[in-house]
Design a protein around this ligand. Structure first.
Ligand code: RB5
Length: 147
């Protein structure tokens, strides 16, 4: 799978660990985040990752900041993006199955690398469910398009 990964200064170390893990699992990892711990603005990276997904240059995205919250808020402003902040694997699995999340976010100041990997495994091993879940995602898209 092609995975775009982005981060701000709060998550440089975790981004590197997560990227290595995903590459070891055979994924193509596209790093659009910052690699030095100099202060930067997380919305810039959320926007860039969202654009990769909307352009078909990545299948899904992983965004890491201090809490995951800012990245999710910013990414969700981009049409077509469904970003969910996760701090445990159940939400990650259901975000994919029920909400068709195309980005997951988490916080390097909130969880450790083992939990981050559990979240990624749960998300990447899940599949989008159809039926009532797809209909509800369709309703989200309607809000996005019509307000
Ligand atoms: C940066 O200090 C911090 O605000 C950012 O990483 C993130 O937690 C925002 O949601």
């Amino acid at each position: 799978m092609k995975i775009v990964i982005g981060n701000d200064h709060a998550a440089v170390a975790m981004k590197k660990q997560v990227s290595e893990y995903l590459a070891d699992q055979g994924h193509e990892v596209i790093n659009i985040g910052i690699d030095q711990e100099e202060r930067c603005n997380y919305p810039d990276y959320a926007k860039k990752a969202a654009e990769y997904i909307n352009a078909g240059k990545a299948d899904v995205g992983v965004l890491i900041c201090g809490t995951g919250a800012g990245m999710a808020i910013a990414a969700n402003k981009v049409k077509g993006i469904r970003a969910v902040v996760c701090s445990e694997p159940v939400t990650a699995r259901l975000a994919r199955e029920h909400n068709h999340a195309n980005i997951i976010t988490f916080g390097a100041r909130v969880i450790g690398i083992e939990m981050a990997i559990a979240i990624l495994d749960a998300y990447l091993n899940a599949e989008e469910l159809g039926g009532r879940h797809a209909e509800r995602v369709g309703l989200i898209t309607q809000i996005e398009e019509k307000g």
